[in-house]
Design a protein around this ligand. Structure first.
Ligand code: 7TS
Length: 419
């Protein structure tokens, strides 16, 4: 894949050849796919690995002694090693395959909550969290009679770190914060938050769904205790995700699901579990998904996560001022491109975001509109919903231009009834 990268940047024309899906006509226009925060497209290399697995190697893992079972098991465990390397975890035992970020966060809340949270403890999240990082904690708080607290945001949508210092105390049991917001596009200072949490012996959880696909992530440098992300937002298939946890915690936690694969011995009235990470992986896992996630990591690494990050930031630096220059359009989150990732939520004064998204779709431009599974944030921003364009490394400045042109056309249409 050396064609996809050069020394310090990325050659997007070559990369786009790996994503045939991008080359299609939608509503008589060439597709511009800007819904990458919801899910990303998959390169040919990932599709080939999926296809090859089902054509040649398909078997259940950890169960058989036959050749196919050995091949499937080896490939599955190699994928775990790729994930470990990719996020710089210390041990493979700390990498648990899940269905995605939502499952990872639910498992942490259930299992960690059971082991470490008691009545009156405080759980700290923020106003910018995705529902996957809100509801599992709400449910835990209800079950344990714990107290859920929210870190507020500054006017520009940064976490209010002064407030965070006051809210995270010795009464806190767990802090769980997004690494990157799926609406505001802001990168949260997760290292600083982790230090703050650890100063009070508090467990730190990071929701990395919008970070891992876009920038180098080092869980040991962050020093967080848990980190969750999804394969489908980083060129991998749906239905596979990762829960990273420090061994010292995972060892003390009970599995959330029980059944085959995760047991050591089953007696009539009691059972014992396999060692980490398998004790958390009950039942037949998403073998093909994990292997294809490994292929997605290979693909991203061949381009280089730093290159991907730099390239996406150059797209933001290009498009954000153009969006800000459109009269009547409000961009949410940080206004300086340096502080804003490629997730850009906005609203047009007087036009419902669903109408904006529908009008953009008529121009071939795919964006999302709604509450983006972040209703507490949407209420906090005091809006009903927003439109959201989200970029990935296969998007181009030409895509950004098409978005801007389509927005001007939308504005014209809603003002004068013509495009
Ligand atoms: N956390 C964040 C920050 C997210 O952006 C998402 C998905 C999730 C958790 C849940 O991930 P899942 O793979 O388990 O669904 N975010 C979005 C989005 O912004 N639009 O669609 C899905």
């Amino acid at each position: 894949m050396s064609h996809s990268a050069n020394e310090n940047s990325l050659v997007v024309e070559n990369i786009r050849k790996d994503f045939a899906i991008l080359d299609q006509i939608v509503n008589d226009e060439a597709l511009v796919y800007l819904d990458n925060a919801a899910t990303t497209q998959k390169p040919q290399a990932v599709l080939d690995v999926l296809n090859h697995y089902y054509h040649h190697d398909n078997a259940n893992v950890h169960r058989g002694v036959h050749t196919l079972a050995e091949r499937a098991t080896t490939a599955y465990e190699e994928a775990r090693e790729k994930v470990r390397r990719f996020i710089h975890a210390k041990k493979n035992a700390e990498i648990i395959f899940t269905r995605g970020t939502t499952t990872s966060l639910n498992w942490i809340a259930q299992s960690l909550g059971e082991a470490f949270v008691k009545e009156g403890d405080e759980i700290v999240i923020s106003y910018m969290e995705h529902h996957a990082n809100v509801i599992p904690w709400q449910q835990l708080a209800k079950r344990k009679k714990a107290i859920l607290k929210y870190i507020p945001l500054t006017a520009e949508g940064f976490l209010d770190m002064q407030a965070a210092k006051e809210i995270i105390t010795d009464k806190t049991a767990i802090v769980s914060i997004a690494h990157v917001s799926n609406v505001l596009g802001v990168v949260n200072p997760v290292e600083t938050l982790t230090q703050l949490a650890h100063n009070h012996q508090v467990i730190m959880v990071v929701d990395g769904a919008q970070a891992v696909p876009h920038m180098p992530v080092d869980v040991q440098a962050i020093d967080c205790d848990f980190y969750a992300f999804s394969g489908h937002k980083m060129c991998g298939p749906t239905g596979i995700g990762v829960l990273y946890g420090k061994k010292q915690y995972l060892e003390q936690m009970e599995p959330v699901e029980f059944g085959g694969e995760m047991i050591d011995f089953v007696h009539l009235y009691d059972s014992t579990w396999k060692e980490l990470p398998w004790k958390f992986e009950a039942g037949t896992p998403n073998i093909a998904g994990a292997i294809a996630l490994g292929a997605a990591i290979d693909y991203l690494e061949a381009i280089g996560m730093e290159n991907i990050h730099q390239y996406e930031q150059s797209l933001v630096a290009y498009v954000l001022p153009k969006l800000q220059a459109i009269e009547g359009l409000t961009v949410y989150g940080p206004q300086d491109p340096k502080d804003h990732t490629g997730v850009i939520a906005f609203n047009f004064e007087g036009i419902h975001p669903h109408d904006v998204a529908t009008a953009l779709d008529m121009e071939g431009v795919a964006v999302r509109a709604g509450h983006h599974c972040a209703q507490p944030l949407i209420q906090y921003l005091d809006v009903q919903a927003t439109a959201r364009a989200s970029f990935y490394f296969y998007n181009t400045k030409a895509d950004a231009d098409r978005l801007i042109e389509a927005l001007y056309a939308t504005k014209e249409f809603f003002q004068h009834g013509t495009i």
